[in-house]
Design a binder for this molecule. Structure first.
Ligand code: SF4
Ligand code: SF4
Ligand code: SF4
Length: 383
């Protein structure tokens, strides 16, 4: 098993070539998409970057969606457990079948057909004839757009907390567009390796997650300022301009795009979701109060193999809740302790079936755990 894993962990020539072009391609695309004026002489029509009359955003979404939908279709069609890296794979579990069906449908319908295809069908001049559109990327995961739209406010401050209450942060692994790419890439051979080998783990990596809390504070402050400005209650144009530039360049460009997607091959697929996304921090805060609804639960079958920790894209040390010195300790965990997105990878990779989710609606981890978290901590400290 170890030799097989070592072989699979080596980067092939094809992967090195991919790496060489991938990061510059992500950076170049994003600059062309969002800041065409940076690379064009003054006065040049940005439509020079259009292909077949469609803007770069359309083509980015097309490639993105094709990758996500194609991968989900492959996973569902082959029906194999893609979290195992042994050549002989077990059948796809019911949970993963539903998850990949949800990803496929949400990406195809909510994040592609509705925003990119349907408006093109009704625009004057026809589908292949976009008028000049400046980039308008205000993703809902930045939270602050909820302060400018009633629809988004209801979506982010009412609908998503209700979903989190019942399903934990599964929104991130079943529905969100950014998470859809991470989930899809994470089960491809290279992506699975990037998650396994390069996801930051350990105490320092965990401590750094506090960064996301600060980004949520920033997003809320920016949102409130936008709201007050929109209502003509408080005017501070310089402050707003500074906040907008910070959001635009640091969060959206550097963190969301360049690191969030460009660093997949060197930091795993969930760096943005773990350290950046303000919405994720909001969901974690809400989820920490919904203790009875969501937990990963180890049982007495654990053999201490540690595969669950390696497969977790969020860098959670799942095995530390399942065993100590290869003896089962059965400490379940939920959003009060970890930023689990409910992808189910740890459950599906475990060869002895030692992990499961607490059934929704049952009295979750507080009841099923045989030992509470503080006891485990003191056990670890004594060890
Ligand atoms: S963490 Fe944020 S960006 Fe990532 S999947 Fe969840 S909501 Fe989407
Ligand atoms: S839960 Fe499964 S994969 Fe994780 S340490 Fe135990 S036996 Fe290994
Ligand atoms: S703990 Fe398991 S279910 Fe949660 S994010 Fe990690 S691999 Fe996915």
């Amino acid at each position: 098993m170890k030799a097989l894993q070592r072989d699979k962990d080596r980067r092939s020539l094809a992967e090195w070539l991919f790496l060489f072009f991938f990061f510059p391609a992500v950076a170049a695309f994003y600059v062309i998409y969002k800041y065409p004026e940076w690379v064009l002489p003054a006065g040049t029509d940005p439509r020079v970057f259009y292909l077949f009359g469609k803007n770069p955003g359309f083509w980015y979404a097309t490639v993105y969606t094709a990758l996500v939908v194609g991968t989900c279709a492959w996973v569902l069609w082959t029906g194999r457990n893609r979290y195992q890296w042994t050549p002989k794979k077990k059948p796809l579990s019911r949970y993963q079948r539903w998850k990949f069906t949800s990803i496929l449908l949400s990406q195809a319908i909510a994040f592609y057909l509705l925003p990119f295809i349907v408006p093109g069908l009704v625009q004057p001049g026809g589908f292949w004839n976009d008028s000049l559109k400046p980039a308008n990327k205000a993703a809902h995961v930045y939270v602050w757009p909820a302060f400018q739209s009633w629809g988004l406010a209801i979506y982010l401050f009412v609908a998503i907390p209700i979903v989190v209450w019942f399903f934990g942060k599964r929104y991130c692994s079943w529905f969100c567009s950014c998470g859809n790419l991470a989930e899809a890439v994470g089960v491809l051979p290279w992506g699975a390796k990037w998650v396994r080998r390069y996801t930051p783990r350990g105490p320092v990596a965990k401590k750094l997650e506090v960064l996301q809390l600060w980004l949520l504070v920033f997003a809320m402050f920016f949102g409130v300022m936008l709201f007050l400005d929109g209502m003509h209650l408080f005017r501070a144009p310089n402050l707003l301009a500074a906040l907008r530039s910070t959001q635009d360049l640091i969060l959206d460009f550097a963190f969301g795009a360049i690191i969030g997607v460009g660093a997949y091959p060197v930091l795993g697929t969930r760096i943005w979701c773990r350290y950046g996304c303000p919405l994720a921090q909001g969901m974690k805060l809400v989820g920490s109060f919904t203790r009875s609804r969501f937990a990963v639960v180890p049982n007495e079958k654990c053999k201490g193999l540690g595969l669950c920790t390696q497969v977790c894209p969020m860098g959670i040390d799942v095995a530390s809740y399942a065993h100590r010195d290869k003896k089962p300790i059965m400490v379940s965990f939920g959003l009060d302790k970890e930023a689990c997105i409910g992808c189910g990878g740890c459950i599906d990779v475990c060869p002895v079936g030692a992990l499961s989710f607490a059934p929704i609606g049952r009295a979750g981890h507080a009841v099923v755990a045989k030992m509470d978290f503080q006891e485990t901590i003191s056990l670890r400290q004594r060890a």
